[in-house]
Design a protein around this ligand. Structure first.
Ligand code: NAG
Length: 94
């Protein structure tokens, strides 16, 4: 019985964690430079693009920059920021 309760509590916590950790969903439309003349935003350079990835996957694959559009504005995050961004649908850069 006690272990059953533990399982229930653990799954409730897991659900709460999954919801709480839901990060920012970026509004990127396609990849940098594909539809607009802009090829760079800050340090994000189209030539270094690895395509659309979550910031988590970007960091895990060794990405160094992350471009996320929020409120219609593109921002290039660099360096250690990429690890802690918790963003999705942005663009990853080497
Ligand atoms: C972007 O990357 C390309 C290829 O490495 C390079 O030629 C270009 O100068 C870079 N542009 C900027 C603004 O860094």
């Amino acid at each position: 019985m006690r272990s059953f309760i533990l399982v229930v509590i653990t799954s409730l916590l897991a659900v709460a964690y999954a919801q709480g950790s839901k990060g920012t969903v970026c509004g990127n439309q396609g990849l940098l430079g594909n539809s607009r003349p802009k090829k760079f935003v800050g340090d994000c350079n189209r030539s270094d693009s690895w395509g659309k990835l979550s910031s988590h996957n970007c960091f895990n694959r060794g990405g160094k920059k992350y471009l996320c559009v929020q409120d219609g504005k593109a921002k290039c995050y660099t360096g250690g920021d990429v690890k802690s961004l918790n963003m999705e649908r942005g663009e990853c850069f080497a």
